[in-house]
Design a protein around this ligand. Sequence first.
Ligand SMILES: Nc1ncnc2c1ncn2[C@@H]1O[C@H](COP(=O)(O)OP(=O)(O)OP(=O)(O)O)[C@@H](O)[C@H]1O
Ligand SMILES: [Mg+2]
Length: 365
Amino acid sequence: MSFLSNIFKKETSVLGVDIGSSAVKVVQVKKKRGKAVLETYGELALGPYAGIEVGRAVQLPAEKIIEAIKDILREAKTTTLNCGTALPLSASLITFVNIPPVPDKQMADVVAIEARKYIPVPLSEVLLDFSVIPKEEQYVSDDETTKTEKQGQEVLVVAIHNDYIRDYQSIMAGCGLNPSFYEIEIFSSIRAVVDQGIATNMIIDMGARSTKLYIIERGVLRSSHIINKGSQDITLALSKALSITVSEAENMKRTFGLKGGPEYKELTEIITVNLDYMFYEANAALLSYQKKYSKNVSKVILTGGGVLLKGFTDLAKISFQTEVTNADPFGKLETPAFLAEEFAQAGPEFAVAIGAALRKLAELE
Ligand SMILES: Nc1ncnc2c1ncn2[C@@H]1O[C@H](COP(=O)(O)OP(=O)(O)OP(=O)(O)O)[C@@H](O)[C@H]1O
Ligand SMILES: [Mg+2]
């Protein structure tokens, strides 16, 4: 790209779209002097579109999702229809396969043959994508290089059912949006929250319906898990145990979290029990990874609305024997300084939408 042509290039805005189980999020960014600049962003709870409480996961018909997305685009005053859209992890099947060394040209065929063993539907019904996990030993001697090549290579395979893509295409079309890609939310999150480098990190995304765990090594996904419990389960447990309505429980969860003090002992206990379960599962995944690959996970990065709970990060710090931080995806964007506090607060919720927007922006280059 020439320097001169860049000066006169029009600034183009793009959108990242994240349709979660409980809320839809949009982020609009543009590129200015080589930097990604935040223009606007917004979030809207989906519960009310299904006649249920804010914070709960919903199963909505396409028309309702379209209505919600149009509402948030209007509310956030977005000005472009060009976007990238994230797909839920649950829409995909992710596997790692080992394939023998083959010429690049044959790679796709060999991956498809291996992948067939793991994918429970005919391959004609899925969109298949793969990427080779880069080898670590770049500095080994020629002899050893030959040896590892003989051992084959590990490939990350992602399959998405065509039905999901079709559903999303019709939702996007219904909103008038123009996505140039659909990507599984994992990859959006990684782009938005993981720093470059060789470290091994775990991302925890606590949404409304489920909690997702990803292990990332040298920027590449190495393992993923879903825990079928999310932040709405805390609300439902509170509602039941304290005999209060779901929306009262949601309010209490958000207002006090783990910081209610002695007056809210029961609230604290119920939340703690739920989070302990989650941290136990996350620790098990982390330890099993460390053992299998003899790698140390050096940081746990918290994302998703569920981690905004007051006291969540402190409890996580006690539960993991490693550094724990809240994700700061707005940190990858240029944002108004006087709102820094607000961005740090909201960051974990917007990781997926920001990651999708960043990819879309990179496409323009
Ligand atoms: N300040 C807060 N304190 C506690 N919980 C919160 C807070 N803000 C949001 N939540 C919870 O976070 C959840 C929503 O998180 P998020 O927006 O990441 O979910 P989602 O992307 O819609 O869900 P999923 O990823 O499971 O599809 C809700 O259950 C909500 O109750
Ligand atoms: Mg989510």
